[in-house]
Ligand binder design. Structure first.
Ligand code: NAD
Ligand code: UDP
Ligand code: UDP
Length: 348
């Protein structure tokens, strides 16, 4: 039986609707799936600050209540523990669909094989449900896809028109192909059911509230350097990634949702670093004596990745503002508090 949450219909405003003169703009009602996660919680902060009503839907698979606890008690905020693989009935104007067990630990550890089913199911069935919801209530739907749709790219930097180089049966494919299917479903609902959709292809993002032990490279290196453990560089460390600070991403997501263009749009910082260069920046920021150990790399690891963001610059008027050396210290102070214990549970 689908869950029904009764909304306040008088709060609904279709996106772009003209507000009659003399009436104050009522906030939109916005669902953020995965809103208790890293990116989602920063997005929720921005939407709440703008005066909108926000419903976070999260099953806490990798998200944490602590990330959104500072909104508890605010009448504009609701938190629903719910798995998007199950249907959900809500009345809303916009859906930011972020829910996805995105941590690489799950697909990179053989022991966690069964979790890859969860991942694929969330990307496919979860996205289908949220599109069904968008169709029923006429909401605008934004999918957070990923640069992983480009796989191990043969084109560099990656432009949105590139179709990618993805292994459909590899260990990463639950994520890559899951998101590719999610993009397909999104465009199908747009063409077939006329749902208003937006697609963001997010490149590696870091910042405060990132999961400490989820296995992504920036969180690993920062946590390792703080704990005086060696930083684990996989392979020869010459593979590249481009790292985006979370506030830049949130700005891009909001511009995309509010704008006129469907996308897909690459949202990432074009600053490209090898993993060895990243380790060096972490040394500079935390501990010049931090050690490096080399470990075997995972299968199908993309050799390089860097977004071409011309389209987002031109059509959304967006570009990232925070370079790695400026953003990393902001993340480090949050990690320091969380690792070594501090009374404050939330950070911005
Ligand atoms: P995250 O793990 O912090 O957040 C994901 C959230 O989704 C978590 O709160 C988790 O509990 C929730 N979730 C997972 N499965 C769910 C389900 N079935 N039902 C309800 N909630 C569920 O990860 P993040 O970095 O904040 O990623 C947010 C989105 O951005 C994801 O869709 C991810 O694929 C995408 N993305 C992130 C990056 C990045 O570098 N952070 C890069 C590319 C794409
Ligand atoms: N759905 C949902 N909430 C809604 C409307 C639909 O979770 O408010 C789910 C629904 O259960 C279905 C999916 O979204 O599994 C796709 O819905 P759609 O109406 O497009 O397809 P249909 O139900 O006709 O197969
Ligand atoms: N990586 C690494 N050490 C780590 C974790 C990851 O060298 O402790 C490498 C990984 O092999 C990949 C890159 O860092 O080449 C980025 O990995 P991450 O999982 O953060 O992101 P993705 O592969 O999804 O871009």
């Amino acid at each position: 039986v689908p869950r029904t949450i009764t909304a306040h219909p008088e709060r609904r405003l279709s996106v772009g609707a003209k507000i009659p003169l003399g009436l104050k703009r009522k906030g939109l009602r916005i669902v953020v799936t995965g809103g208790a996660g890293f990116v989602g919680s920063h997005l929720v902060d921005r939407l709440m600050a703008r005066g909108d009503s926000v419903i976070v839907v999260d099953n806490f698979f990798t998200g944490r209540k602590e990330n959104v606890m500072h909104h508890f008690g605010n009448p504009n905020f609701e938190l629903i523990r719910h798995d998007v693989v199950e249907p959900l009935l809500l009345e809303v104007d916009q859906i930011y669909h972020l829910a996805c067990p995105a941590s690489p630990v799950h697909y990179k550890k053989e022991k966690c094989e069964s979790l890859t089913d969860v991942e694929h199911k969330t990307n496919v069935v979860g996205t289908l449900n949220m599109l069904g919801l968008a169709k029923r209530v006429g909401a605008r739907f934004l999918l957070t896809s990923t640069s992983e749709v480009y796989g191990d790219p043969l084109q560099h930097p990656q432009v949105e028109t590139y179709w990618g180089n993805v292994n459909p049966i590899g260990v990463r494919s639950c994520y890559d192909e899951g998101k590719r299917t999610a993009e397909t479903l999104t465009m199908d609902y747009h063409r077939g059911a006329k749902v208003q959709v937006r697609i963001a292809r997010i490149f590696n993002t870091y910042g405060p509230r990132m999961c400490i032990d989820d296995g992504r490279v920036v969180s690993n290196f920062v946590a390792q350097a703080l704990r005086k453990e060696p930083m684990t560089v996989y392979g020869d460390g010459k593979q590249t990634r481009s790292f985006q600070y979370v506030s830049d991403l949130v700005e891009g997501l909001i511009r995309l949702m509010e704008g006129e263009h469907i996308g897909p749009f690459n949202l990432g910082n074009p600053g490209e670093f090898t993993m060895l260069e990243l380790a060096k920046v972490v040394q500079e920021t935390i501990d010049p004596n931090a050690k490096i150990v080399f470990q075997e790399n995972t299968q199908d690891d993309p050799h390089k990745r860097k977004p071409d963001i011309s389209k987002a610059k031109e059509q959304l008027g967006w570009e990232p503002k925070i370079p790695l050396r400026k953003g990393l210290p902001l993340m480090v102070s949050d990690f320091r508090k969380r690792i070594f214990g501090d009374q404050s549970t939330t950070t911005s």
